[in-house]
Design a protein around this ligand. Structure first.
Ligand SMILES: [Fe+2]
Length: 200
């Protein structure tokens, strides 16, 4: 492994162990203080989006990014397989495709046996909420048996519009403002977003 690759890998392993800042261990029991917080549904959710993990259509403008993570239960450590993850977002110009459930930049899928999900998309643009832009965000809806449904949003570190946004600026949203990472020496961008659901 060359030095450059080693430095990238070292940085990633530090990030990998810090998915949840609030996990406390008491003996063998993990105290759950990690449930991902809710956010507004917004007006653009459409059910039954296509099952697909690559949302980048041919010729689509925007900056490609891979979003990935795991879905956990309330103990912050048990992975949830077969959890339904739905996402929707605007394009790089801040526009949603509201033509129906087959609209672009809408998708759903189920987590694998390790509770993992990942999808390729573009970084969303921004749109006005009154006089102010909402920060870039991706909407999530996550459901799993025996757990509360989560409706939430993922934000991106360094976004200057977070501070004035009524939802992204809440302290409950802090864990959902994630860094955009240069994953490898080829310049591919990745956002890691682990999610924990509350029990019913
Ligand atoms: Fe939105």
């Amino acid at each position: 492994m060359n030095r450059k690759k080693f430095l990238v890998n070292s940085a990633l392993s530090v990030l990998a162990v810090s998915a949840f800042a609030n996990v406390k261990q008491d003996g063998n029991i993990f105290k759950a203080d990690c449930a991902t917080t809710n956010d507004i549904l917004g007006p653009f959710y459409i059910p039954d989006a296509p099952v697909k993990n690559d949302l980048i259509a041919e010729g689509m403008d925007g900056t490609p990014v891979l979003v990935k993570g795991k879905i956990f239960g309330n103990d912050c450590s048990t992975v949830l397989k077969n959890a339904l993850v739905e996402i929707w977002q605007c394009n790089h110009k801040g526009e949603y495709d509201n033509s129906g459930s087959n609209g672009v930049l809408r998708a759903r899928w189920y987590t694998d046996d390790e509770g993992s999900y990942s999808f390729k998309t573009i970084l969303p643009g921004k749109y006005l909420n009154g006089q102010k832009y909402r920060p870039a965000h991706i909407h999530f809806r996550v459901s799993a048996d025996q757990h509360q449904e989560l409706i939430s949003q993922l934000y991106f570190q360094g976004d200057p519009h977070i501070e004035e946004d009524p939802w992204a600026s809440k302290k409950e949203a802090v864990e959902r403002i994630r860094p955009i990472i240069l994953e490898d020496i080829s310049g591919n961008l990745v956002v890691n977003f682990d999610i924990a659901l509350k029990n019913v």
